[in-house]
Design a protein around this ligand. Structure first.
Ligand code: 8X3
Length: 249
């Protein structure tokens, strides 16, 4: 049975992945900011597998290190790290972008991913075993109008994933990315700061990916034999051809 640490586990792709892995022979370390949601998730999934939770703000490098280093011994050996936490803030042209939004995206999507990885990689290196999946985005492959800093943060995830794979190769650590396009989660609601009408419109007139679709791919990646690494996988719904071309009714 693998022990899997998932960041951003209380919603969207992270939540769907936690629910799927709980049924597929994984013990779970679920990380997030919301204590109540984490407790509820732990209650829900504990009948299926061993679950522990870590509450931290991924922007707080000391909290990230302290919580991960303080894991109880039965959860301390992490086989799989799923760097899922991330979001978009705002959809503005670069000339009117909001500095707070830019900070949030760089701090969470890029630096947060680095802080968690920094805490987990040493034990994988020592064991010469481990698997890291970074959740990127089609926005890490292609820049779209007004995507500027969000796309920059996801391009950074793309580059960091490659960098990790190169540097961790001598230690037999698998590193890969799953890069989804439009997924129906609270992603747009966060991006548009709670404007649910605007968020809903993003997913109208076509069938977007569901968080479970991405979770299926993550399960596939982490259940391959030890000699197989899914290095870089981009997935979109059938209606989507690129960041700007979506076949809507
Ligand atoms: C989510 C996909 O196209 O909204 O990362 O940026 S997109």
């Amino acid at each position: 049975m693998k022990t899997v640490l998932i960041t951003g586990a209380t919603s969207g792709i992270g939540l769907a992945t936690a629910q799927l892995l709980a049924k597929n022979n994984c013990r779970l370390i679920l990380c997030g900011r919301n204590t109540e949601k984490l407790a509820e998730l732990q209650r829900d999934l504990s009948s299926k597998t061993d679950v522990t939770t870590l509450e931290f703000d991924i922007r707080d490098k000391k909290a990230v290190a302290d919580k991960i280093n303080g894991l109880a011994s039965d959860f301390a050996t992490i086989d799989v790290l799923i760097n899922n936490a991330g979001n978009a803030h705002g959809l503005d042209p670069i000339q009117t972008g909001d500095l707070e939004d830019w900070d949030a995206m760089m701090d969470i999507n890029v630096k947060g991913l680095l802080y968690v990885s920094h805490a987990v990689i040493p034990q994988m290196q020592e064991r010469e075993s481990g698997h890291i999946i970074n959740i990127g985005s089609t926005a890490g492959k292609e820049v779209y109008p007004k995507g500027n800093v969000y796309c920059g943060s996801k391009h950074a995830v793309d580059a960091i994933t490659t960098g990790m794979r190169l540097d961790l190769n001598p230690f037999k650590i698998r590193v890969g990315a799953v890069n989804p396009g439009l997924v129906h989660t609270n992603f747009s609601e966060v991006r548009f700061k709670g404007d649910s009408d605007r968020a809903d419109k993003v997913y109208q007139g076509f069938q977007p990916l569901l968080p479970q679709d991405v979770a299926d791919v993550i399960l596939f990646a982490i259940s391959r034999p030890a000699h197989v690494n899914i290095a870089d996988l981009t997935m979109m719904c059938t209606a989507q051809a690129s960041s700007t071309i979506v076949n809507k009714d």
